[in-house]
Design a protein around this ligand. Structure first.
Ligand SMILES: Cc1cc2nc3c(=O)[nH]c(=O)nc-3n(C[C@H](O)[C@H](O)[C@H](O)COP(=O)(O)OP(=O)(O)OC[C@H]3O[C@@H](n4cnc5c(N)ncnc54)[C@H](O)[C@@H]3O)c2cc1C
Length: 405
């Protein structure tokens, strides 16, 4: 009896978690990744809520803790850098979580701890998908043909395989949050400390600086508005960011200077992905490809990690029984949906008012925001403010797992 076979496209948090758990439960697993080699880098992500328990079950809490970003708390700063308010960071649900790690470091830990036998191929993408009752067949850009019981698409928010399979306009309902963020790594200076420092300026603009474990700083320039910066060439991007942020105060000019030379500048227009169904036949979307919650919602990495575990448990009925028939796939993927959807819905429901609150455009809006911060972040409402960062949280126990030795 041969093991069921899963092809997973995308080797970041969602794809590697699915690979980890499916392999542990007896699947043959092939991972395909578009990048020519493992992709390091990325910004701070955190492990919260039920994802913490998934990580414990993987035995990887200490590995993630060791790779911690070194961030010790979160503060809102004024134009001159003085601290205006401290955001609760105590306990596992603070703004700075107990487990803060760079996305690349997190994915590297998952990759390094994959069970034996997972075949990971870089520099390859899916060119076509043929989904039938008895199997799903993919052909890749390397002209490989792979037959599988399940295709897991974990390609992130701009997944192209999603677009190949979910072709009806009603299949995907992207929600553009109207916020653009530019990310990059810049040199650390003597003025930096180990907190996430966050400056909000008039005109819907923000500047963020966060420490990383490599002696550099991860910086973000964010603004409300749709400038369509994605895909622009570097100089154009730097010039546009300069026009937007120069002189807004605090460390904006330093960040702009750093962005002009950093080799990891990238920009994203925050878009939630909402889908009435994340599956089609034997194809299952997971992670940002299915439900991108964006950094505004938070918890994307936690949901991605959790989804790998829940996917494997959903096939508990068929674990160890060879090829998986179509009815069993339908049952399993329906169970996956039932378990994951409430977690995702909880994070995706960011009201527009929260975005307006986070990015005040006018001086009046900014003043109102400062008053609100003072109220929310002062005792006794600090606990309420901390709830905003409680994501991937549920009272439901994780579904049980059947492992195959
Ligand atoms: C600034 C920032 C801050 C964030 N903060 C947090 C946070 O505090 N907490 C949190 O939980 N989350 C946070 N997130 C979100 C988190 O990074 C994502 O939700 C998470 O990485 C999603 O993982 P994923 O595996 O689904 O997708 P991704 O990490 O996007 O990975 C997708 C992978 O698929 C590959 N790929 C893409 N297309 C193809 C293709 N066609 N074929 C094969 N491979 C392909 C990509 O190269 C990549 O390796 C943040 C994100 C950003 C940008």
């Amino acid at each position: 009896m041969s093991a069921p076979h899963a092809v997973i496209s995308g080797a970041s948090i969602a794809g590697l978690s699915a690979a980890w758990w499916l392999r542990r439960t007896g699947w043959a697993v092939t991972v395909i990744e578009r990048a020519p080699a493992f992709r390091d880098g990325g910004q701070n992500v955190d492990v919260r809520g039920v994802a913490h328990e998934v990580l414990e079950r993987m035995g990887l809490v200490d590995a993630v803790r060791t790779a911690n970003t070194t961030e010790t708390g979160t503060v809102l700063v004024r134009k001159d850098g003085s601290v205006r308010a401290e955001v609760p960071s105590d306990g596992p649900d603070g703004a700075t979580a107990e487990l803060e790690v760079l996305r690349g470091d997190f994915a590297r830990i998952l990759l390094d701890h994959l069970p034996d036998g997972v075949d990971v191929r870089y520099g390859e993408t899916i060119a076509s998908v043929s989904d039938r009752d008895d199997a799903v067949t993919v052909t890749t850009s390397a002209r490989r043909r792979l037959d599988a019981d399940l295709l897991v698409v974990a390609e992130g928010v701009r997944s192209t395989t999603r677009d190949l399979v979910f072709t009806d306009p009603d299949d995907v309902d992207p929600r553009d949050l109207g916020v653009t963020m530019a990310f990059g790594t810049i040199p650390r200076t003597a003025t930096d400390d180990d907190r996430w420092r966050w400056y909000t300026a008039v005109g819907g603009r923000q500047v963020h600086l966060r420490p990383d474990p490599y002696g550099t700083m991860r910086a973000i320039l964010a603004h409300v508005g749709q400038d369509d910066l994605v895909g622009r060439d570097r100089q154009d991007l730097v010039d546009t960011l300069r026009r937007r942020h120069e002189g807004v105060g605090w460390e904006a000019d330093r960040v702009l200077e750093g962005f002009a030379t950093t080799d990891d500048l990238y920009v994203d227009q925050l878009t939630q992905i909402r889908m009435p169904s994340w599956r089609r036949g034997r194809v299952q979307l997971v992670g940002d490809a299915a439900w991108c919650v964006t950094p505004m919602g938070g918890g994307g990495a936690s949901l991605a990690l959790t989804s790998g575990y829940v996917l494997a448990t959903s096939f508990a009925d068929v674990t160890g029984r060879g090829a998986v028939d179509r009815a069993a796939v339908d049952r399993a993927l329906a169970a996956f949906d039932d378990w994951m959807r409430p977690l995702v819905d909880d994070v995706q429901g960011i009201p527009d008012a929260v975005i307006r609150f986070a990015f005040p455009r006018s001086r009046l809006g900014l003043a109102a925001r400062r008053v609100a911060d003072a109220v929310l972040l002062g005792t006794p409402l600090r606990k309420l403010a901390a709830r905003v960062t409680q994501v991937a949280d549920t009272d439901r126990p994780l579904p049980p797992l059947v492992t195959v030795s």
